[in-house]
Design a protein around this ligand. Structure first.
Ligand SMILES: O=P(O)(O)OC[C@H](O)CO
Length: 373
């Protein structure tokens, strides 16, 4: 069953593309039976070319390769690359291509990011196959072994074989795919579970996050590229800070792919800072990673802190409840706080009018967008 806590996993934190891309490519190159990949973003370029080559090599070895792409997020994949994938034997399906449907349906996107190899090894995080992940954006992934991998594989299979997907890859390809459920004695016994969201219909990630924020005793540290949280989440963050929990937000600085989203989120800074929330804006590059630490609980995956992720998209995160993994994530946060500019309440209240105007403008636009559905 999905969403169950399972023991006997091993989670390896892989910060930055220089660590997770080679690990993923190596895993796919070592695949013996199946490779399942689900992505929101895929765009023609150096990374897509390398990915297509590694997938073709796997097919040549007799591996079954299934690629599930979002019908909007992967529109940047050129026809020549689509042909290369299909000619190379990769089974491709598209989630909900844009069409003459309702706006609500067109806005429903598959935002998950997942690689599963042989039903034994998985990766998730905030990654996509676009060149920005090679050198421009800061990203984090997790390498997963153990019983939870079967849950990831099942999540993939359910969507592949669903009426919301289209494409040349046959839906039946996922029937009878082998998934490993046994726990391995040599793993360090980490507890984990897969949580996912499916628009308005199912919002386990959001509910889990809210529960953790409300129940945290020591710390809530959140890293997200798109911080436009719901009112209920903002209230929980404020209440947590007021009851003495260390609430820290690691957010992008000037370097941002959608600056308007940053301004929309900045309109909440004043109230959060006043309540004692600490806000750090990352300086070296655009931070696109999505991970949260609440006491010894970690959640890492595709989910952003905006309405799209929390209420509309298909999302999936790996949750881990393990003090060792939590300390690794805490150390990563500390390194990134040190590379950030901390926003202080007094100075923030004296920010220029032009900045306030942008917050109002993009905040109003965001408010309108959230009413679209
Ligand atoms: O939606 P994400 O978090 O995968 O990021 C994709 C960016 O929005 C592309 O601009």
């Amino acid at each position: 069953m999905h969403g169950m806590w399972r023991d006997g996993n091993h989670f390896q934190l892989l910060p930055e593309a220089a660590r997770f891309l080679p690990a993923m490519f190596e895993a796919v190159d070592g695949a013996r039976q199946s490779v399942l990949i689900e992505l929101y973003l895929m765009e023609s370029g150096r990374l897509a070319t390398a990915m297509i080559e590694v997938l073709q090599r796997a097919v040549e070895r007799g591996v079954s390769v299934l690629l599930l792409l979002d019908g909007y997020g992967a529109m940047g994949l050129e026809a020549s690359d689509r042909r290369r994938l299909e000619a190379g034997g990769v089974a491709v399906r598209w989630f909900n291509p844009l069409g003459l449907h309702s706006l609500a349906r067109n806005l429903t996107r598959d935002h998950r990011k997942l690689v599963v190899v042989d039903g034994e090894l998985a990766f998730t995080g905030g990654f996509g196959v676009v060149d920005e992940f090679l050198d421009a954006w800061y990203e984090v992934a997790v390498r997963i072994e153990g019983p939870v991998v079967a849950d990831w594989a099942r999540l993939f299979c359910a969507l592949w074989d669903s009426p919301m997907t289209r494409g040349a890859g046959a839906p039946e390809l996922v029937h009878g795919l082998g998934v490993t459920t046994a726990s391995h004695n040599d793993y360090s016994g980490m507890r984990g579970r897969v949580v996912w969201g499916q628009g308005y219909r199912y919002q386990a990630i959001r509910h889990s996050l809210q529960r953790q924020v409300s129940g945290a005793k020591r710390r809530i540290w959140i890293c997200t590229p798109y911080f436009v949280p719901t009112l209920s989440l903002r209230r929980r963050l404020v209440r947590a800070a007021r009851r003495g929990v260390e609430v820290c937000l690691l957010l992008p600085g000037e370097s941002h792919d959608h600056p308007g989203v940053r301004y929309a989120g900045q309109r909440f800074y004043g109230r959060l800072l006043r309540a004692g929330v600490r806000i750090f804006e990352f300086q070296p590059s655009f931070i696109h990673a999505k991970f949260t630490l609440a006491d010894d609980w970690v959640s890492l995956g595709s989910c952003n802190f905006d309405h799209w992720s929390l209420q509309w998209n298909l999302e999936a995160n790996q949750e881990v409840a393990d003090p060792r993994f939590a300390e690794e994530v805490a150390a990563l946060f500390q390194r990134n706080f040190a590379a950030s500019h901390e926003i202080h309440h007094e100075l923030w209240m004296r920010r220029p009018r032009w900045q306030r105007l942008k917050e109002w403008l993009f905040g109003t636009l965001d408010g309108l967008l959230t009413r679209l559905r």
